[in-house]
Design a protein. Structure first.
Length: 119
């Protein structure tokens, strides 16, 4: 039988270089599941039903009003904007940003080796 001792680190304890390696190796952490479900839910809360969207070349969303246009506009003005968490969650670019990946690594309390590789 062998006993192996390994030092593990939280994300914040890693060197800057190891943090970058950890972020790069987890670039899909926020988009590797059904991340868009919150986008559909959020749109419904404002009075819109998303029928399709594309994040590739066309970058568009299509949908229908389930409330009047005035009600939808008021809901968006009252509850959304760049500083709103749902706006950030809905933006795929944000989900793949270093900031969002770092947030996820810290919140999920992942452990890492000194090199930045996940333990």
């Amino acid at each position: 039988m062998k006993t192996i001792e390994v030092k593990i680190y939280s994300f914040d304890e890693l060197s800057e270089e190891a943090q970058k390696k950890a972020i790069n190796s987890h670039s899909d952490i926020n988009v590797n599941s059904d991340w868009w479900e919150s986008v559909y839910y959020d749109a419904k809360q404002t009075g819109l039903k998303i029928t399709s969207f594309d994040l590739e070349r066309n970058r568009h969303a299509k949908g229908n009003f389930i409330l009047s246009a005035c009600e939808v506009a008021q809901n968006i003005l009252s509850n959304h904007g760049e500083n709103c968490e749902t706006f950030k969650t809905a933006a795929c670019d944000y989900l793949q940003s270093e900031e969002a990946i770092k947030e996820s690594l810290i919140i999920n309390e992942f452990d890492f080796l000194e090199s930045g590789k996940r333990y």
